[in-house]
Design a protein around this ligand. Sequence first.
Ligand code: SRM
Ligand code: SF4
Length: 607
Amino acid sequence: MSGETRHGTNGTVENAAKKPARSAVEGIKENSRALRGTIADELDKDSDHFIEQNKQLLKFHGTYQQEDRDARKARRGEGLGKHYMFMVRCKIPGGRVTAEQYLALNDLADAYGNSTLRFTSRQGIQFHGILKSHLKDTIAGINATLLTTLGACGDVSRNVMCCPAPSRHDRVRDEMQTTARRLALHFAPRSAAYHEIWLNGQPLAPLSEHHGKTPPPLTQPSPPQGGEDRVRGTDEEPIYGKVYLPRKFKIGLALPDDNCIDVYAQDLGLLALVENGAIAGYNLLVGGGMGMTHGNANTFPMLAVPICHVPAADAIDAAEAVVKLFRDHGNRADRKRARIKYVVHEWGAEKFRDVLAGYLGIMPEPARSVAVTGFPLHLGWHPQGDGKWYYGLSVENGRVKDDGSVRLRSALRTIVERFRPELRLTGMQDVLLCNLDSNSLPVLEKILDEHGVVRPESIGLPRLHSMACPAIPTCGLAISEAERALPGILDELEALLHSLGLERETLGVRMTGCPNGCVRPYQSDIGIVGRSGDKYVLYVGGRIQGDRMNFQLKDLVPRDEIATTLEPLLRRFRDEKRAGESFGDYCHRLGADRTRALLPAHETSTI
Ligand code: SRM
Ligand code: SF4
């Protein structure tokens, strides 16, 4: 490419065409004084929202400026502006939360939020509906529990995912949990801004010192879970540098027979290879990412690609090498093309490995040949191996709320107060209640029943394997409903499956309010992605294991026609399925063209 050249003021030749302009966010980061911006000044002001520059920086601190979208129309009619409110996200490596931490978060949701908590698809916990005037107390309250929001969002390494299932005396799972926490610590932003702004510059103090300062009263946690990944600030960012990463970066660890964190959707997936009961090493899978933009072919979801194999002892150094490669080679001009998946896509696995070798200082071994075979939900009762039990509770779309006769939030609070279990969040927005005695089993079930909470064994398999993102009313990027629409769609789908005799089929449905893919909808048997108001793009052909992309079945499907659109396919699946074949497998075997041909003829023209 012939680039226009010009002479810089210091006499150097600059190639204007080779260096595309950086995106505005790059400038904001660079001039942010290590993520401070003017957040502290604005916090003191009597306004209900922040200026754009601080809105971007707030993400690094774990919070998003949002608006109440349900109220938008009425407020406009009344000549009022947006009703601003904030989402606050806790970063919880491996999803581990103590009983005391959970109870404190539950109280904070009442004190400052909308009285719900949301378990996320990355093992985090979110608050919604926080007003600016309560933001500092909320974040300080979270920190007082020894949890953090630092780096839960922003252009840094986000929450590190790892299978949460407790299995005592299982070295492999223990080691993976430990590595997840070490990775979280390693990649936590170092900037002192977080402590200055939210904790009045106080270094982390024992909880007892916080007691009484931050409403609501918080109880003393037993051994901190995740709290150690809060790094005391220095302003030096040895890994990220001054402008941090080009975009978000996500890490997850999985086992071939337990991919419950969707390792192929991660920017960096560490797939553990076990030999003689211990982790011998990890395959590094790089470049997973779900986001795309409708109508922009330059953006696409992608599964992570095997790049190399590293010994277990080198996992953190190898992860740092990948992060630094991304820092230096990611696209800083176009945020829609900034994820590491586009580097992997442009270079291919071989070149990526060669460049990575430069960061590692050695040429890594090729990735070992290994398949992902399982995606357990970990729901229901399971022995832990130490005489105790854990109970996996299904939380529909991760929303912990009291809703009419179904009082899930009260049930959870009662259980946690009574049995003091450790809580472990899953990548499917569910929760495992751990360390329970066998005599607590019937009592816990009784509490759930009394609160109208349906136990996993009575929930249909598609619903158990389904997820939806929050979408409207809180997400500023939502085009369509998801969390509020999926339960009704599943009602229709389950009725249909029942009428076809397919109710025992394990199939996953994942729904998002826009194509950003926050519940990883492009890997599931059925993906439903917001397109325009009440219309969705329908995808089929993925599978539970998460190692295959689905394909577009039909565009612009009205919400109330989703089940009926799938009916001819499900009927044929029932008649033609092979032993062990799931609905997604069946569609995949047929391929996109033959699957689409099963739709009534006139309908295929929209694709
Ligand atoms: Fe996400 C942005 C919610 C997991 C891909 N995501 C958002 C925002 C913050 C909207 C925004 O930028 O204004 C959403 C807040 C909505 C709200 O009201 O709470 C949001 N994402 C979520 C959560 C809560 C969905 C859920 O139902 O659980 C998940 C929080 C996880 C956590 O605890 O950290 C969540 N988001 C994901 C995942 C799944 C994953 O990481 O395994 C993805 C797909 C994987 C990936 O990153 O590609 C995902 N979110 C996105 C994207 C697309 C990014 C891209 O580069 O393509 C956006 C938009 C963006 O960043 O510009 C986004
Ligand atoms: Fe918002 Fe889209 Fe993510 Fe749903 S998928 S939470 S609508 S960004």
